[in-house]
Write a protein that binds this ligand. Structure first.
Ligand SMILES: Cc1ncc(COP(=O)(O)O)c(C=O)c1O
Length: 450
């Protein structure tokens, strides 16, 4: 079918000629030697062989605007020269040491990271993934409070290990094994689909009240903590109503619990208005977990907490072989430097506002769009078959991803039914990239509706 194809903005970068195996050979090898549990996007799997800043190239030399950044991970751009140089420099000096010896990088990075956080959130523990960060945060909450129960939210995603799966609340990610003992899921504060909508000014209060009810009905009344993403990521970029976390945190603390903010997708300035997602709700958590964008692709994650909570880990030995290794610490520090030097939070705010306004306009034109939401460069477009019934448009969402890919834009999807398009590109995209993305959304939605 003939398609109106928007043009990608030009770039000075030229990919190297690709000389490796074909995509078919790579797929066959993957099918034989890798877990069949690994999923692929797209009917014809995409092979990405090179990346530079906001763009990636496939093996044929076709370029794409990376609108999902390796699932909200490539924060400052693929192969950003400052991050590459930091990794390279440190890799030639010393790649690994463990925390059993002193090395300057981990402390320098921790100090810089702590400087971005408010209040007493000053002590860092580095791990390798968001799931590990979730696990450690729950452990600290339980040790510190002496309580066991955790309240989490429906529609949440916090990881694929046992504790991450426990607090995650999407059946698609939860295997049928015992993993959720002591975990209770309160209502997702999801204005588009939940019982209290955008038109209810008391929605934040009502959803927070559900957390209070869960504590009163489902637990002993004393809990270890509450964990929430500041905007639900895998759940489809669901932003909570105003006042929700303030009231929820008060209920949690009244029950003896600590408050954990999962900033794996929302941190590091991506939301534009604030460096940390929890700040958009005016709260200060007791524990913050971070991963993904912290390392721009390096296997790096962290739990940051107060000195009092951090001290709980001294009661036994706790060790993480790779956590805060000299190379990833150098990369993490370089990422923070780039965000600061290049004013990336401001870029996220300005382009986020511009894109959101553009998407709101597209909503006028495309009945498939049920909801446009998110902040900064973390934007969700929930697709529905019908605006009155809000039946999730799962197949249409997948079709939009396929069409966009053909046109040179990579997107993510989320939501329980895979009905929400997720746009979270590297934070360095330009106005021209934003215009391109809007043109692709328009063309892809037109094509899918037709
Ligand atoms: C909000 C959130 N928390 C935790 C995780 C788990 O991170 P990882 O995949 O690095 O274990 C993810 C991953 O998608 C996430 O989105």
């Amino acid at each position: 079918m003939a398609m109106n194809t928007p043009s990608l903005p030009s770039t000075p970068f030229a990919p190297q000629p690709y000389t490796g195996p074909t995509a078919a050979a790579v797929l066959a090898q993957r099918q034989q030697f890798l877990s069949p549990g690994l999923v692929l996007y797209y009917q014809k799997p995409l092979m990405v062989v090179e990346g530079k800043m906001q763009y990636v190239w496939d093996e044929t030399g076709k370029r794409y605007l990376d609108g999902i950044g390796g699932i909200v991970t490539v924060s400052v751009g693929h192969c950003h020269p400052h991050v590459v140089a930091a990794a390279h420099r440190q890799s030639e000096l010393l790649q690994h040491s463990t925390t059993l010896y002193l090395n300057p990088n981990i402390g320098a990075f921790a100090e810089k990271l702590a400087s971005t956080l408010p209040g007493d959130l000053k002590v860092c523990y580095f791990v390798n993934s968001g799931s590990e960060a979730t696990d450690l945060a729950l452990l600290m909450a339980r040790l510190y409070t002496g309580n066991y129960d955790i309240v989490a939210l429906r529609n949440a995603y916090h990881g694929g290990n046992a504790s991450g799966m426990a607090v995650t609340a999407h059946s698609s990610w939860k295997f049928n094994v015992p993993h959720s003992f002591g975990v209770h899921h309160a209502l997702a504060p999801y204005p588009y689909r939940g019982p209290f909508g955008y038109d209810d000014p008391a929605a934040g209060h009502k959803y927070a009240d559900d957390v209070k009810s869960v504590i009163e009905y489902a637990t002993s009344g004393r809990i270890a903590g509450f964990i929430a993403e500041s905007i639900q990521g895998v759940g489809g970029f669901v932003e909570f109503p105003a006042g929700y976390l303030t009231e929820t945190y008060a209920h949690v603390r009244a029950a003896g619990g600590v408050c954990i903010a999962d900033e794996v997708q929302t941190g590091f300035g991506r939301l534009g208005t604030h460096f940390w997602g929890f700040a958009t709700q005016g709260v200060i958590p007791d524990i913050v977990t971070m991963a993904k964008g912290i390392g721009n692709g390096a296997p790096l994650a962290a739990v940051v907490t107060t000195p009092q909570i951090a001290a709980t880990l001294t009661s036994k030995v706790h060790f993480n072989t790779f956590g805060g290794n000299p190379v990833v610490s150098a990369m993490g520090q370089a990422v923070l430097e780039v965000i600061e030097r290049e004013g990336l939070q401001v870029n996220c705010r300005e382009l986020g506002n511009y894109l959101k306004a553009g998407l709101e306009n597209l909503k006028e034109k495309h009945p498939l769009i049920g909801d446009v939401r998110g902040r900064g460069l973390l934007l969700g477009i929930e697709l529905v078959k019908d605006r009155a019934t809000k039946i999730p448009a799962k197949a249409e969402c997948a079709a939009v991803l396929e069409a966009a890919r053909e046109m040179g834009l990579l997107l993510g999807k989320g939501g329980l039914w895979g009905q929400t398009i997720r746009f979270a590109p590297p934070m360095i995209i330009t106005r021209a990239d934003a215009d391109f993305a809007l043109a692709v959304f328009d063309a892809a939605l037109t094509r899918v509706a037709g």
